[in-house]
Design a protein around this ligand. Structure first.
Ligand SMILES: [Zn+2]
Length: 247
């Protein structure tokens, strides 16, 4: 096998129809971080691996590094299909938020195994998320926790122990993405207001394992505050908004 071919686990973040038969794939891989791929012939009905290359799929890929930016997918084995999430409207919407967060935060071809493992854990847990309708996908504790962890893994380390602006230990009343964390009343201009429950929710979702995201039974208002903290962090640090969050 030539050195320009590699086998790696990957998650399909996005699949874009490219021609009559081909798809361009945005992939997050264990071995190389973010890569683009092209899967030839997958849109033909008798393709060997077309169905395995849908968004949410966790696969093992044989990739060939071509001359361009795109790796050619030479083979695909399913690790987990995540069909349970793909066939449920709520779980699918939650999954798309998680995929878009990875798509926007991890743009470099650079291995970051903790981010890959967080992504596969998120998808595994998503298969068992139960819905009590009406529920808003953007407020799902699992995806709030996943996004806070992704922000942390991307180097956006929210400072939550004391005021991120003045260092004081006065009661913390808001979250300032610009200051990099929780802030006191005197430094709260332009910050997202945080109630005590909201503050505890952000802290808990950041620090507890993903598998425990749902156990605290967080009130809707606390989850809304978490979402605002996440959105403000994306805007401040990355200059973007997630399309799936404004849907
Ligand atoms: Zn302060």
């Amino acid at each position: 096998m030539s050195s320009r071919t590699l086998t790696t686990e990957a998650v399909v973040l996005r699949s874009i129809r490219f021609s009559e038969a081909d798809c361009v794939l945005h992939l997050y891989t264990l071995a190389k971080g973010r890569v683009g791929g092209i899967a030839k012939g997958v849109r033909k009905t008798r393709s060997r691996f077309g169905a395995r290359l849908e968004p949410l799929s966790h696969v093992e890929l044989l990739l060939h590094e071509g001359r361009g930016d795109l790796h050619t997918v030479r083979g695909a084995q399913l690790v987990r299909s995540h069909d349970r999430s793909r066939t449920d409207g709520y779980r699918l919407a939650v999954g798309h938020i998680g995929l878009e967060a990875v798509l926007r935060l991890f743009v470099e071809e650079e291995p970051q195994p903790p981010a890959f493992h967080a992504l596969t854990r998120f998808l595994d847990l998503l298969d068992d998320v139960s819905t009590t309708l009406p529920a808003q996908p953007a407020l799902e504790p699992l995806v709030l926790s996943f996004q806070l962890k992704l922000l942390w893994l991307s180097g956006y380390l929210p400072h939550l122990a004391s005021c991120a602006s003045c260092g004081g230990e006065k009661p913390l009343v808001g979250f300032s993405a610009r200051a990099g964390g929780a802030v006191c009343g005197g430094c709260a201009e332009g910050a997202v207001p945080l109630s005590e429950a909201g503050f505890l929710a952000v802290r808990g979702l950041l620090e507890r394992p993903l598998s425990e995201a749902g156990v605290a039974g967080l009130a809707e208002d606390a989850r809304r505050q978490c979402l605002r903290v996440i959105e403000r962090s994306y805007e401040e640090h990355g200059g973007f908004r997630l399309r799936t969050l404004s849907a």
